[in-house]
Design a protein around this ligand. Structure first.
Ligand SMILES: Nc1ncnc2c1ncn2[C@@H]1O[C@H](COP(=O)(O)OP(=O)(O)O)[C@@H](O)[C@H]1O
Ligand SMILES: [Mg+2]
Length: 520
């Protein structure tokens, strides 16, 4: 059976019906016996009184006709079906019988009464129903004994009894119906409702909503069940969170191992390249410098020499970047103010930003907390970020360096990637540009060594991997957010230098850099 309430109601009803059924059966049986007994008693009193009257009349020598008249009057009494007077020899002297009833004759019951001179009563079955017979002996003239018999039908009583049974059954049914209704209402309210709440909770948890709790403010078993359920859900949630945390930790470790492997591979390659290319490159640039000195400035082929010198410089730049990337980075960390570091980088890029027509804006407030930093490495980090931002920005735009807890780029249409992991309080530095931005797929690759969208000979694809390396070495993290066509934001989060004094650098709006933006 699907429904608990229905099942409970049916079981209760069955139990109730059996109990009240047995009780009523016994009670009504007794009642019936009592009624018969009462009728018997009534009949006895009546028969005794009648016997006295008849005995007197017989002694006075009344004729049979007169006796019969007497009996006819008596028969008017309700329930009587026959009255008869027997002489000592058992002959019926006078009788009166209601229509349809059998006429009294001498039989064992009468003989018994005459012989014993004691009243005899008997319950006999007749066609018209049960009959109660009562034979009362009385004194007959001449020291003899006659008898009078009264027959009473029990049909009326039976009818009455059947009506009582009917009423009884009916009232029982009404009580039962009321009972069922109240049980249904009660179970709905006190069992079905909280159980439904339990079920809803269990289903929600089954669907994975581990934050689900059941509110049952009761102290009974259902309340305890709800409490246990809630405890279980809490444990599940804790276990779930723990697993999630472990998985994240594993992923972080894997990423670190991956990064280290990349470093080793690129490092071997870089050493090889530096060794193989470095020497011939030095020879080429040496010879070119010699030629530069000897070839006159006006010489028509002099421009080839300039190209050679520029390109050899590029090649050594690439080799430097490779070696730089793979150089083991063990920073000497100390409490440092961030503003002077970023300021130095801005100074370095002054000329470049002016040429590109991009305004470089430093928007860092007074009193920034100090971070744990290796200034040289952080300088490298911000240099790489600002170079990328400048490269991506069209003329007339600006590149901002600022701080704050939340990204400046709106969340809509924004993709992101994060490297490293910072724990505890940190200082976030944002580098924001309004350049061409990056797609989510591109973002997935930007931290891979040699990934570059810049034209051939333009980018090494090592700028961001170095940024990641330095951020990790500072136990910090770097997050890159971008909306294609709208701009890019890189947030570097660096752990604070404990409870050191705040950064004395103050607000630095790099006027030189700003001036540069208006330059061309
Ligand atoms: N601020 C930025 N805006 C748009 N794209 C960027 C930005 N910074 C980095 N990128 C993309 O990430 C790539 C990798 O950057 P990086 O590692 O510095 O290498 P490189 O600058 O030598 O190409 C770049 O080629 C560019 O496509
Ligand atoms: Mg770069």
């Amino acid at each position: 059976m699907r429904n608990l309430t229905t099942r409970l109601v049916i079981l209760l009803m069955l139990a109730l019906m059996i109990i009240t059924g047995i009780y009523d059966y016994v009670r009504l049986g007794r009642e019936r016996e009592r009624l018969v007994e009462q009728t018997r008693e009534d009949e006895r009193i009546f028969a005794e009184t009648l016997a006295l009257a008849v005995s007197r009349n017989v002694r006075w020598g009344r004729t049979t006709a007169e006796l019969k008249e007497l009996l006819d009057d008596i028969l008017a009494r309700p329930g009587l079906v026959a009255v008869a007077i027997y002489a000592p020899d058992g002959q019926v002297v006078a009788e009166t019988v209601s229509p349809g009833a059998a006429a009294p004759t001498l039989d064992d019951i009468v003989r018994d009464a005459l012989a014993s001179k004691e009243a005899v009563s008997a319950l006999v079955s007749a066609e018209s129903g049960r009959l109660l017979r009562y034979v009362q002996p009385f004194r007959w003239p001449g020291r003899q004994t006659g008898a009078i018999e009264v027959r009473q039908t029990l049909a009326g009583m039976e009818r009455e009894f059947r009506r009582a049974v009917r009423e009884n059954v009916l009232s029982r049914l009404v009580v039962l119906a009321l009972f069922v209704l109240s049980v249904v209402a009660l179970t709905r309210w006190s069992i079905a409702r909280p159980i439904r709440a339990l079920m809803a909770g269990a289903q929600a948890v089954g669907r994975g909503d581990l934050a689900q709790r059941i509110e049952v403010a009761r102290r009974d078993e259902i309340g305890q069940l709800a409490e246990e359920f809630n405890r279980m859900a809490t444990n599940l949630q804790m276990a779930h969170d723990e697993l999630l945390h472990q998985a994240e930790e594993r992923l972080r470790l894997e990423q670190e191992v991956h990064q280290a492997q990349k470093l080793v591979a690129v490092g071997m390659l870089a050493a090889e390249v530096a060794h193989e290319i470095g020497t011939p490159l030095n020879i080429i640039s040496g010879r070119a410098e010699v030629l530069e000195r000897v070839v006159p400035r006006e010489h028509p082929e002099r421009r080839h020499l300039d190209v050679i010198l520029k390109q050899t410089e590029r090649i050594s730049g690439i080799i430097r970047a490779l070696l730089d990337y793979t150089r083991p980075r063990r920073p000497s960390l100390r409490a440092e103010a961030i503003v002077p570091i970023v300021g130095r980088v801005a100074d370095l890029l002054l000329e470049r930003s002016r040429r590109r027509g991009v305004r470089l804006e430093l928007d860092l407030p007074i009193g920034l907390p100090r971070v744990l930093a290796d200034p040289d490495q952080l300088q490298q980090l911000f240099l790489n970020l600002l170079l990328n931002a400048l490269d991506a920005s069209p003329p007339g735009e600006r590149v901002r360096v600022t701080t704050g807890p939340d990204p400046l780029l709106p969340a809509e249409g924004r993709a992101g990637i994060i490297r490293g992991k910072v724990e505890g309080p940190c200082l976030p530095i944002h580098v924001v540009d309004a350049g061409k931005g990056l797609t989510a797929e591109e973002l997935d690759h930007v931290f891979e060594p040699f990934f570059s969208t810049k034209g051939r000979g333009q980018g090494t694809g090592l700028g961001l991997p170095i940024v990641e390396e330095i951020a990790r070495a500072h136990r910090g993290e770097v997050e890159m957010l971008s909306i294609p066509g709208r701009g890019t934001e890189v947030i570097v989060r660096l752990p604070l230098a404990g409870s050191g004094p705040p950064d004395p650098g103050g607000r630095t709006r790099d006027s030189a850099a700003e001036a540069g933006a208006h330059g061309d």
